[in-house]
Design a protein around this ligand. Structure first.
Ligand code: ADP
Ligand code: MG
Length: 591
């Protein structure tokens, strides 16, 4: 039995529970836990995976609840229409809030969601049409045909069906083409926009997608809640609940689907107990539980920063290890230029950081099939040159032509699409993804699966192709054995090789490698040199920054030397080795 079997068994048990003679109280509790879990699943995606914090999920639940309340009471229309209206309104609002804040740095989204939650609370609380602070009463029960979900035991089925389906959808999403990008974006876990963009993905779009999915899940929860209570008022949609949802996510395990249910259940059950006990101890009827939650939160963050789910998961059977089927059709490949054709033409590119000219009018060309080395002492501007060519940094001046296409001023994802792939001097892997998944990230531009397709699980064929391609590239660089290890567990040398495999998985015409041999042992360096020679033999072109002179000299056709941002010389390895200027530069820099 693996973890998937266990999850299926748990889901079935939950769905048949209301048919068993369990006390009503259990059903009531589980209804709330299911409703909370829906919202928290959205936060798992948005905050845990994406690294974006929202305090405003309660307000999106409020939109779902109020929309259906208004549609089904004042307008006397179907609650199902209420659901559609609620989701549509949520979509529009989430897109508007997201579009305004998600391009800006991390703090704007949390602040905006706090404002949004406060604003909605006072807005609905003061609107005559929505019953002010008393809310709207007399919502109808949900109905499918003649079957009415009027009792708690019946709406339980809808709530848990929704929660479990959402869990399946999020799980599928995280293990897919869009999910890999989302997992690579979390700035709090060492990710960010640079690498996913260099793989060809629009990180802004995925932020927006995550924000919208989280908002829609909250809105769905609000809709179910409204028809369970058969009334709505502003209080469950205020900022207090916005914070509580976040608390559930953090307590349970912010980046895991299991954590969403754990957090929702623990907070709901603890809150009920505390509401009984604390007033007995302190007297009166304050919201004392919030104080306890605050203390618990600090303790959890201190002693179990990943939440409680990982502690529980340790006792569960291991997740299913999916084998890679290599007998699938390969992903389509781009048309590569003929050997000798003009590939890259860099003309007087320039980068200034304030007063520092890091790259000072550098020019060189690469023809298809060449291996060109870019060398120079530390701080010469090699990495910056890479960043300019690959679009990671905007140019201060100059032109770059890739395969006859002017790419200066283009974003790194457009340049990736044009056929350039790269590795980073400071390795950018997703440590909590397997080596195979990290390499599969590289297939982003060769695959098409979108978010909805992935959530519906309609991506199996393409996913198998992406995984097969990833394994093929890993085998090429000699890391197939480690395919299922977490990338974070690898030493730095092998991590660099994984980055090369990831870059290769994008089927580039030009590959930029920034210090690929740094941190490799002698044997590994030789193996890498062999791989690079093999790639050249296959017609791939390489631009290589490397410190190990021996490595560069043996491998490259031509070498460009930089010093203090300036072009020092260009020539064959023999010419460069013989140059007094180069020797002086290296000696002067005390290399
Ligand atoms: P290399 O890769 O050749 O060692 P870099 O391209 O990393 O050199 O750096 C070239 C110069 O530009 C260095 O002096 C470095 O301090 C500076 N530099 C690099 N990136 C930045 C940045 N983002 N802001 C300011 N200065 C930078
Ligand atoms: Mg560098």
């Amino acid at each position: 039995m693996n973890r998937t079997h266990l999850a299926i068994a748990a889901a079935v048990a939950l769905l048949v529970l209301p048919f068993a003679p369990v006390p009503d109280f259990w059903i009531t509790q589980l209804n709330y836990i299911g409703l909370f879990s829906l919202v928290v699943l959205g936060l798992v995606l948005l905050t845990g995976v994406g690294g974006l914090t929202s305090f405003g999920q309660a307000a999106f639940a409020g939109i779902g609840a109020y929309a259906t309340a208004y549609v089904s009471t004042t307008l006397a229309l179907s609650p199902w229409l209420g659901l559609v209206v609620g989701l549509a309104l949520t979509l529009v609002l989430a897109l508007a809030i997201g579009a305004m804040t998600l391009r800006m740095s991390g703090h704007y989204l949390p602040l905006a969601t706090i404002c949004w939650c406060l604003a909605l609370y006072y807005l609905v609380g003061n609107l005559e049409a929505l019953g002010k602070y008393d809310g709207l009463l007399g919502l109808p029960a949900l109905q499918i045909g003649d079957f009415s979900f009027q009792s708690e035991r019946r709406i339980y089925l809808l709530i848990w069906l929704a929660a479990l389906l959402a869990a399946v959808a999020i799980t599928r999403l995280l293990d897919s083409r869009p999910g890999r990008i989302m997992r690579a974006m979390n700035a709090h876990r060492g990710g960010g926009a640079t690498m996913p963009e260099a793989m060809g993905a629009s990180t802004f779009r995925y932020k927006l997608v995550m924000f919208v999915i989280a908002a829609l899940l909250a809105s769905l929860s609000g809709w179910l809640y409204a028809h369970m209570q058969r009334s709505v008022n502003p209080s469950p949609f205020g900022i207090k609940f916005g914070i509580e949802y976040l608390f559930m996510a953090v307590l349970g395990g912010i980046a895991t689907v299991g954590g969403a249910f754990t957090g929702a259940a623990l907070v709901k059950l603890a809150e009920d107990q505390l509401k009984v006990w604390l007033p007995m101890i302190f007297g009166g009827s304050g919201n004392y539980e919030i104080i306890v939650f605050g203390v618990v939160l600090v303790l959890v963050l201190r002693f179990a920063p990943d939440g409680l789910w990982p502690l529980i998961a340790r006792w569960l059977p291991a997740p299913r290890q999916r084998a890679v089927d290599e007998n699938v059709p390969p992903l389509s490949s781009r048309r590569h230029p003929q050997a000798g054709a003009a590939l890259l033409d860099v003309r007087a590119i320039r980068k200034q950081f304030g007063g520092l000219v890091a790259v000072n009018d550098i020019s060189f060309k690469i023809s298809a099939g060449d291996i060109v080395g870019l060398i120079g002492p530390n701080g010469a501007g090699k990495s910056t040159t890479f960043n300019l060519i690959s679009g990671v940094l905007p140019l201060t001046g100059g032109e770059v032509e890739l395969l006859g296409l002017r790419v200066d001023g283009h974003s790194s994802r457009e340049i990736a699409r044009a056929g350039l792939s790269r590795t980073f001097q400071h390795v950018k892997l997703v440590p909590d993804m397997t080596v195979l998944e990290n390499v599969a990230l590289g297939t982003y531009l060769r695959t098409r699966t979108g978010t909805v397709r992935a959530m519906l699980g309609l991506n199996a064929a393409e996913e198998a192709q992406a995984r097969a391609e990833a394994l093929r590239q890993l085998r090429r660089i000699g890391l197939a054995e480690q395919a299922h290890e977490l990338a974070g567990n690898l030493a730095l040398g092998p991590q660099r090789l994984v980055e090369i495999a990831r870059a290769l998985a994008s089927d580039p015409s030009l590959l930029l490698l920034d210090e690929p041999a740094a941190g490799l042992r002698h044997k590994e360096k030789e193996a890498l040199a062999e791989v690079l020679r093999q790639l050249k033999a296959e017609g791939l072109s390489l631009l290589l920054v490397e410190h190990d002179m021996d490595f560069v000299m043996k491998l490259t056709d031509r070498i460009v030397v930089m010093e203090f941002g300036r072009w020092l010389m260009e020539g064959t390895p023999a010419e460069v080795q013989a140059s007094p200027a180069v020797r002086a530069a290296y000696l002067g820099a005390d290399e």
